[in-house]
Design a binder for this molecule. Structure first.
Ligand SMILES: [Fe+2]
Length: 316
């Protein structure tokens, strides 16, 4: 039998067929994993950037025994958290308004954070921080919203965060373009001799006063409450009987990272109020994911949203 000797390769022969990087170095397993992770991170960031303005229309149909029959088929369009700022362009906001203009609706509501305000200040070395520019931009765009619907808004924490004078200025500008800003008050909508009430609070972290908001609303009336922060539910007492509470504030997490996003949410009960429809003991809460972005122009797992509600009366 001939003897077989293992041939010992010198290092140069051993790595002869191993691929090389662009810089000509041999690609080791460790380097391969490192480059792979970098590529995955870049793809993730690119996706999050491109998904920031991929608006989704959510259609919610709700049935109420408390809705007056003449309001059967009543339609509400809700948007929230526009966050007019360096990150949110005029073209994008105009596209959102065009989409709303094409929708069937009786009222349009904005549930706060129309502006971003001074949160930009910590980045002011790199990005423009002229809030007046962003105010006039969003007002110019919202002026194009038409269709004969009643237009309502409430303020969010970012709208009130730069002081009462700035909040008043925003309220004044919205009023000039036909938006009624509900600041701890309500209005009645009439159809024949039947009515429903829309009430709206200031932001929960600032001057929210729920008893004052509902002071003019009859106890047994059908009520829709607009309030930026879904934590308003901790203030709602059983006897207030709110049929539908519309909120925003969470951005649906904006960038959803399992476990971490819940931990970072600025609300008491993120597992319940992160986004979407929640059945309460009496009525419903809906948390809209918002239109704009905060701090960075990224969204992942929480697309921007226009919500279309179709209310029906179970007696109709
Ligand atoms: Fe917001």
């Amino acid at each position: 039998m001939p003897k077989i000797y293992a041939q010992k390769l010198n290092p140069k022969q051993k790595y002869k067929h191993q691929p090389k990087t662009l810089s000509g170095k041999r690609l080791t397993r460790r380097a391969f994993i490192r480059y792979g992770l970098r590529a995955a991170l870049l793809i993730l960031i690119g996706s999050a950037y491109s998904l920031r303005d991929n608006v989704k229309t959510e259609k919610i149909r709700l049935r109420f025994s408390s809705l007056p029959p003449s309001f059967h088929g009543f339609r509400i369009v809700q948007i929230s958290d526009l966050h007019s700022s360096f990150w949110v362009t005029r073209a994008y906001l105009s596209r959102v308004v065009d989409q709303i203009n094409a929708m069937e609706k009786n009222i349009v509501v904005i549930t706060g954070d129309i502006l971003t305000g001074s949160v930009n200040s910590f980045l002011k070395h790199w990005i423009p921080d002229d809030d007046d520019t962003y105010l006039s931009m969003v007002i110019d765009v919202l002026r194009q919203l038409h269709g004969g619907a009643v237009k309502l808004a409430v303020l969010g924490n970012h709208d009130q965060g730069d002081g009462s004078e700035n909040a008043r200025k925003l309220t004044y500008e919205l009023d000039k373009i036909g938006f009624k800003v509900l600041r701890n008050n309500s209005l009645a909508l009439m159809r024949g001799d039947e009515q429903i009430f829309i009430a709206g609070t200031d932001d929960l972290w600032f001057s929210c006063d729920l008893p004052k908001t509902l002071a003019d609303v009859p106890e047994n009336a059908f009520k829709i409450l607009l309030s930026h922060n879904p934590d308003i539910n901790t203030e709602i007492r059983k006897k207030m009987q709110i049929d539908l509470t519309l909120c925003g504030h969470t951005h649906g997490g904006q960038v959803r990272i399992p476990f971490l996003t819940d931990y970072l949410m600025p609300i008491n009960n993120p597992s319940r109020y992160m986004a979407g429809l929640v059945k309460e003991g009496y009525g419903y809460t809906y948390v809209n994911r918002g239109i704009g972005t905060l701090v960075f122009p990224f969204r992942l797992g929480a697309p921007p949203e226009i919500t279309s509600f179709h209310l029906t009366c179970s007696d109709a």
